[in-house]
Design a protein around this ligand. Structure first.
Ligand code: ADP
Length: 227
């Protein structure tokens, strides 16, 4: 399995009352390569917290997260940075493209550590292929500010895929888009999941998007249940 979450609990300190507030109260699941999972739940139920923990950006208070069979708590910060760069693709509500770089340069950002000429060429070819597959081949030299929200978000999805990750984590990926652009992003994520066998985990308010992604779970009261 690509990701195993074992009895993950997370509490935050409330500065005012000095008490701990439990946000996740024991969450367990596994994600197989090429599988999908969507999580819906009310605002504040801990969806982003869970995604950040799986994405190695935050640590659980107790419990374990294994990525590709390895306990992420045992890795150094440098090793975690490599895992985030190589194994996990992140997509957020806001596209987070760099405004001064064109679309192609934005997509190639995660490949910058690669120095070998032949590998850089392969990354460039993959970026062009993926941008073409989402209808952006003629816009690769444009800046994000010259494009629509949907086009920027499609570029952000391609950037997340450039290093052939094993897992995509998407946090409200359609939250800023109109219905038609949102539909396209849902279809794109699913297509990449099927074509490249990347595991896909999406947290969202949108029941429509969750249904498209499938394997819908509900997070409420710190617990995850199948919907
Ligand atoms: P969701 O994504 O479902 O809207 P979040 O995971 O963002 O929920 O937040 C869950 C709860 O945890 C919220 O009450 C939020 O205020 C709290 N929380 C999130 N991050 C922190 C933090 N760094 N410090 C304290 N409380 C936090």
């Amino acid at each position: 399995m690509i990701c195993q979450v074992v009895d993950v609990k997370k509490s935050y300190f409330n500065n005012q009352s000095d008490l701990q507030r439990a946000v996740l109260k024991g969450v367990s699941f596994t994600l197989e390569p090429g599988s999908t999972m969507s999580i819906v739940g009310p605002s504040g139920s801990g969806k982003s917290t869970l995604l950040n923990i799986i994405g190695t950006l935050d640590l659980p208070t107790s419990g374990k997260v294994l990525i590709d069979g390895q306990d992420i708590a045992l890795y150094s910060d440098n090793q975690l940075a490599t895992i985030r760069n190589q194994q996990i693709g992140f997509v957020y509500q806001s596209h987070h493209l760099l405004p001064q770089l064109n679309l192609l340069e934005n997509v190639l950002l995660p490949t910058l550590p690669v120095r070998e000429k032949s590998k850089r060429k392969m990354a460039l070819e993959r970026a062009m292929f993926l941008l073409d597959s989402v209808g952006l081949a003629d816009k690769i030299h444009q800046l994000p500010g010259q494009l629509s929200g949907g086009e920027c978000q499609r570029t952000a999805v391609i950037r997340a895929m450039i290093n052939r990750p094993k897992l995509i984590l998407a946090d409200e990926p359609t939250g800023s888009l109109d219905d038609s652009s949102a539909g396209r992003i849902g279809e794109l994520l699913l297509r990449l999941n099927q074509q490249e066998q990347v595991a896909l985990m999406v947290v969202t308010h949108s029941v429509k998007l969750a249904d498209v992604i499938g394997n819908v779970h509900y997070l409420e009261g710190g617990k995850l249940s199948l919907k």
